[in-house]
Ligand binder design. Structure first.
Ligand SMILES: *Cc1c(COP(=O)(O)O)cnc(C)c1O
Length: 396
């Protein structure tokens, strides 16, 4: 299961890519909870440290279980290399610190994960790396924001929570015309629904914490891309700085990848049913879901994604009070800002994930007080609907 991995279909890669059986003949992937590895002799140790011979040295940067996860995710995204990290944020940090230097510039979508904004503004800025934010869907604004110092274009698609899409093909062309890299955080779609590298992106970021695990157990992340930038540059950062994924977490994520496609199809099917149903409810003002024909970028979603994902946002009539009332009426759905779980979750973005923005910033981002986001899980659709219906009845 190595050299011809790329000829297998997605579902086969998800189950088998990257596994190298030991002499024990184990069927499932083994966990290697060992900090270091032994060498046959001093010469071998020297060759390993000098990178003249491949092989394990120390689990900060070489561990067989972590490597299996990396090889499998690389195969699923269609990338030459993947480096796993201790979290999604560590993956973003590692990408920026290994590929950028003082004086470089990032153009980023404004609608990205809040901690990524903090990382760019509070930490990268301290070291002379500036960021300009542009509306995700405004191609002209992307093009206008690029400077001679710009090295990265950075985005998430669909966005959180309003499910806006970026045209990955168009932005990849724009990036390459200016000698920049396009970085796509593919957390919401996963490679089961969208493969940004095949659409022209250079690097893919993952928070494995979300759908890759998919069952809410472990925190982890990864970067996928080419052999030089990821396989060498990001790897060198990992080796030196140490934001390492543990072998146990890698094993959990491996098991998650095996069912990724099935789960993403089921999340998408459930979400589509619920989005259509929400659109018919009198107390609901507007539904944001790329699978609905009413979504302004429905066609783009159909052309660059193979499914619409599990995240829906909707606005209720009656502002913040009504939104909180609906959330508090749920009994099955979990009230938590996390997403990408088998369990359906519900959150009020204006007072949680986007609560630190000023009211003006929130208005500019289109996050109204009446907005609710749900991450549709794998429970019975009828039960999820009944749980939402209780709150909707109170509002009507
Ligand atoms: C959660 C998340 C992250 C950060 O990942 P962690 O594993 O929590 O560090 C980055 N991007 C997106 C889109 C996320 O949802």
């Amino acid at each position: 299961m190595q050299s011809d991995d790329f000829e297998l279909g997605f579902a086969s890669l998800a189950v088998r890519a990257g596994q190298v059986r030991t002499f024990e003949g184990e069927h499932a992937e083994a966990i290697f909870p060992t900090s270091s590895f032994v060498f046959q002799n001093a010469a071998q140790a020297a060759a390993r440290f000098a990178e003249q011979e491949p092989g394990n040295i120390y689990s900060r940067f070489t561990n067989p279980t972590v490597r299996t996860f990396q090889d499998r995710l690389a195969a699923l995204e269609g990338g030459a290399a993947c480096i796993a990290m201790s979290s999604g944020m560590a993956a973003i940090l590692a990408t920026c610190l290994s590929l950028l230097k003082s004086g470089d510039h990032i153009v980023s979508a404004s609608s990205i994960f809040g901690s990524t904004v903090s990382l760019f503004n509070n930490y990268l800025a301290k070291f002379g790396i500036g960021t300009t934010y542009v509306p995700l869907t405004d191609y002209t604004a992307w093009a206008a924001a690029i400077r001679p110092q710009t090295r990265l274009l950075y985005l998430e698609t669909p966005s959180n929570p309003l499910t806006e899409l970026a045209d990955i093909r168009a932005l990849a062309e724009l990036a390459h015309a200016h000698d920049c890299l396009l970085v796509v955080d593919n957390c919401f779609c996963t490679p089961a629904l969208q493969q940004p590298l095949k659409l022209g992106a250079d690097l893919v970021i993952h928070s494995a914490t979300k759908y890759l695990d998919g069952q809410g157990r472990c925190v982890g992340g990864a970067v996928v891309g080419d052999a030089q930038r990821v396989g060498k540059d990001v790897f060198a950062f990992l080796r030196t700085a140490g934001p390492t994924m543990s072998p146990f977490n890698a094993w959990v994520f491996l098991k998650g990848l095996e069912t990724l496609q099935l789960r993403m199809r089921a999340h998408s099917a459930n979400a589509l049913q619920i989005a259509r149903w929400l659109e018919e409810q009198a107390a609901v003002e507007r539904v944001y879901y790329p699978g609905l024909p009413s979504h302004p970028q429905h066609e783009l979603a159909a052309s660059q994604q193979s499914g619409y994902g599990g995240i829906i946002s909707f606005e209720v009539k009656g502002g913040r009070e009504a939104a909180w009332q609906l959330i508090d009426a749920t009994r099955l759905i979990s009230i938590t800002a996390n997403l990408g779980d088998t369990k359906t979750t519900i959150t009020h973005p204006a007072t949680t994930t986007h609560g630190r923005l000023t009211p003006q910033e929130r208005a500019a981002a289109g996050i109204r007080d009446s907005l609710i986001r749900i991450s549709v899980g794998l429970e019975e659709v009828a039960d999820i609907q009944a749980d939402l219906a209780r709150g909707l009845r109170q509002l009507a």
